[in-house]
Design a protein around this ligand. Structure first.
Ligand SMILES: Nc1ncnc2c1ncn2[C@@H]1O[C@H](COP(=O)(O)OP(=O)(O)O)[C@@H](O)[C@H]1O
Ligand SMILES: [Mg+2]
Length: 394
């Protein structure tokens, strides 16, 4: 039995999610049915506003600077370590009993494919040596880089865990609603190489930016503002015409397309739309981009009648209503309906992948990332102290 921690701060910059899981795989093999994996504890360490501002500066091509990146790498290391310690405390598991931490880090830039002089590359920061020093636990970090070295896009990585935990005799679609929305298709009784995944479009990124702009709020809690507004069909049609929406997978999007500049340009072009209608339209847009992509690219390969939501957007009731309305043939479930938690899925995934790395097993899904091979992911930072090892040294 192993205790493993997964840490991730996603594109929403809302907080660091930390999951502590228990894995039973005494036989040396992960049976791959998810029945031997338990969530012991989960915490989200809210992101302080000052830290969010620094990360946004670091991600911005016009405002980033190398001294900021250097210092932020260390600052995030301390913050991630704090999240790891908090989840240990909540689970009542001493850090010395933890096998490893899978630390996703904070993505500050991602170039999925080479473009001109820019090589395909990815950068997640949050110094693993600091996480290891502060916790005394071995850290697996930089998990996207090996998939990219193997010719993949480095994303999405979560499908490996989804395959282990959710594959079933029925076809299933797993929809994560983070800053960006992404779907994983698990055809009925699928093999790993039949799993596919791609980003459907924004999930909360545009909604959050509008909630901040009009109301100074971090998000539209429960989707209540959107519920009070009316969808602006003209704006929706304009947004649906963005080529990304109907482009065939594999595809991935992010702040580079749907970040601040996207919202600022839309606000400037439509000065007459009232705040709640902006929120209503952005919320509908998330569901409408899902619908188009499911009909064109998911259902033909995976005729799912169950859509399982995860990520913070699962708490947005207006968004859920739109998804139910646009995909009436599907039952929309959340992680809670399956006995998990919507907020913990990605952190659990990075814990599972770190465990596979420590065991010397691959955990990328080439059919999702485009990598040429299944590879063992990540960089390993050993536990720095003798006494923190689970078994005494000989
Ligand atoms: N109660 C809620 N009501 C509406 N939206 C929520 C709620 N809680 C979280 N969210 C949304 O979820 C986002 C965080 O989701 P998360 O899965 O952590 O995304 P990421 O992986 O991008 O960090 C928030 O920024 C917000 O938009
Ligand atoms: Mg988050």
């Amino acid at each position: 039995m192993s205790y493993v921690i997964g840490l991730i701060s996603g594109t929403s910059l809302d907080g660091c999610d930390a999951a502590l899981i228990e894995i039973e795989d005494e036989n040396g093999e992960n049976e791959g049915n998810g029945e031997n994996i338990y969530l012991s504890a989960f915490v989200t360490l809210p992101m302080p506003e000052a830290l969010r501002a620094k990360i946004l500066d670091c991600c911005s091509l016009s405002r980033s600077d190398i001294r900021l990146t250097c210092s932020l790498n260390a600052e995030l290391g301390y913050w991630f370590a704090q999240a790891a310690k908090a989840v240990c405390e909540k689970a009542g598991v001493p850090p010395k009993d933890v096998e490893c931490i899978g630390s996703h880090g904070q993505t500050v830039y991602h170039i999925p494919e080479s473009e001109g002089e820019w090589l395909a590359s990815t950068l997640q920061i949050g110094e693993p040596a600091i996480v290891a020093w502060e916790t005394g636990i071995l850290v697996v970090s930089g998990m996207r880089a090996m998939d990219m070295a193997a010719g993949g896009r480095g994303a999405p990585l979560v499908p490996y865990a989804e395959y282990l935990l959710y594959r079933s005799e029925k076809p299933r679609a797993l929809q994560n609603l983070g800053g960006i929305g992404n779907v994983t298709g698990l055809p009925a009784g699928c093999k790993l190489e039949e799993v596919f995944a791609f980003d459907t479009g924004p999930a909360n990124m545009v909604i959050d930016a509008l909630a901040k702009h009009f109301y100074g709020l971090p998000w539209d809690d429960g989707g209540e503002i959107a519920a009070a507004g009316t969808v602006n069909e003209g704006l929706l049609a304009e947004w649906m015409a963005i080529p990304y929406v109907t482009a065939p997978p594999p595809k991935a999007t992010g702040r580079e397309l749907y970040g601040t500049q996207f919202v600022e340009a839309a606000l400037a072009a439509h000065p007459d739309i009232c705040p709640e209608d902006w929120l209503a339209t952005a919320t509908r847009y998330t569901a409408a981009t899902m619908e188009v992509n499911y009909r064109r690219y998911v259902f033909p390969r995976c005729p799912a009648r169950e859509v399982i939501l995860s990520g913070g957007g699962a708490h947005n009731m207006t968004l859920r209503r739109h998804i139910e309305q646009l995909l009436p043939e599907c039952t929309v479930l959340t992680q809670e309906d399956l006995g998990w938690s919507s907020d913990s899925k990605e952190a659990v995934a990075f814990a599972l992948m770190a465990h596979e790395t420590v065991k010397g097993r691959p955990s990328n899904v080439p059919s999702a990332t485009g990598a040429g091979k299944r590879v063992i992911l990540g960089n390993i930072t050993p536990a720095p102290f003798r006494e923190s090892r689970r078994r005494p040294l000989p």
